[in-house]
Design a protein around this ligand. Sequence first.
Ligand SMILES: Nc1ncnc2c1ncn2[C@@H]1O[C@H](COP(=O)(O)OS(=O)(=O)O)[C@@H](OP(=O)(O)O)[C@H]1O
Ligand SMILES: [Mg+2]
Ligand SMILES: [Mg+2]
Ligand SMILES: [Mg+2]
Length: 355
Amino acid sequence: MSLAFTTEKQLAISAVRRACSLTSSVFNKLVKNETLTKGDKSPVTVADYSAQAIIGSILQRAFPQDPIVGEEDAAELRSESGATIRDRIVSLTNEALVGDLGLGDIAEWGIGPGSEQTPGQILDAIDRGNYEGGRTGRMWTVDPIDGTKGFLRGEQYAVCLALLVDAEVQVGVLGCPNLPVDPSNPDGDKGCLFVAVRGQGAQQMKLSGADPTPLSMPPYAPSTFNFLESVEAAHSSHSTNDKISKLMGITRPPIRMDSQAKYACLARGDGGAYMRMPTGVGYREKIWDHAAGSLIVEESGGIVTDSRGQQLDFGLGRTLGENHGVIACIKDAHAKLLQAVQQAVADEASVQSKA
Ligand SMILES: Nc1ncnc2c1ncn2[C@@H]1O[C@H](COP(=O)(O)OS(=O)(=O)O)[C@@H](OP(=O)(O)O)[C@H]1O
Ligand SMILES: [Mg+2]
Ligand SMILES: [Mg+2]
Ligand SMILES: [Mg+2]
């Protein structure tokens, strides 16, 4: 019997790997070796668009019927003022598409020598990400660079791709070019791919696709348990996490890291929980920020819910709806953590109502 989603899994790996080689090369060319003025976002913009173009273009060839919910769209690039950046994106995307075939790559996906696309095809590939999402059928979701701030700092970021069927994530791939392959050797080799297929487990491999290793989360150990959380306090509430941490009796400080690399690190045994409590500004979490990572954690033996213990709902459109936070945790610690979360949320509400 052949396993489900074998082609989709390999295609997602190939697409994410190619997008990662693009983002790494943009970083090396534009961020590391150029003097950027503080706050200049152009390298990340070029890399975001090009990475989405690569993934959109490969999906277009392999699964032309599948819609895509992508973070970026090409509207600005189609305008007159977008001409300069558009030219850079076209050449970077083509450079990545024509790169030699690697492990598992298939030329029919529009990759390898001779696979150049026209500027029009590249803009269309980006705009394939305009799908509104929904509850039924197949759809992909892509975050070409998650953790844009981490990317610019040369720290953690992830290229994220997931396939959903009837609003359930079936395949998830995260490419983390700056993540150490061996967590116990942070200065060693960098560049990991994390891959999961529902019901088939999760694996970490090198960005080349070599050395696949199954992922499984260790059992709950209070002495080593701590939180993974956003670097940016504007993205998730550090102060709420701090309260929850005290209620849980956690003494180790949180691990702060940009992007869905947090899900990947949790899946391979770091921390114990990825905590993303809302900051209360009405922000709606996007499906591309959670689809791939949540499956990787679930398939490694973890549980992913919101702060009420409900499953994340990927069928509401481009967002997860009203923001009740995200709690991804080692299975046997989840109930205890949820209790602490609800206690902290109730305490915060009572302080606010007295103010
Ligand atoms: N206000 C607010 N609240 C919650 N989340 C937000 C908010 N603003 C942005 N974002 C999203 O956060 C994504 C970055 O992920 P992280 O927060 O995990 O990493 S980071 O530490 O902030 O870099 C980031 O993803 P990218 O845009 O792909 O980098 C955003 O989708
Ligand atoms: Mg993101
Ligand atoms: Mg992004
Ligand atoms: Mg963004």
